[in-house]
Design a protein. Sequence first.
Length: 118
Amino acid sequence: MPVINNEDVEWKEQVPGMLRKEWVNRERGSVGITMGEVRIKPGADNTWHTHKMEDVGCLRSGEVTLYMGDEVHKVRAGMTMLIPAGVRHRLVNTGNEEAHIIFCFPTAEVGHPWGKKG
């Protein structure tokens, strides 16, 4: 499936206050990439977790605080986050509006630490 209408992909609540959808993944024909978007409500977070591969996220709107290992980073719209494989991390929406993040993983099978698929 070479063209995907992102609006046709269903939002799923990953954790309370966080919605996620994967536009590109194995289910949609990818063999090496997962890409999609996340929306995090003010005050909500995506809980501490790790991935076996790098995680890239571009913050399109809002403000978040990225806790990554022992580091803390304030991230605002227009900034991109690169999280190394195996590093424990968490995003908290510290702004007053919904945070909108475009994400990408170099695998078609991310696996989700929250116990829910895609």
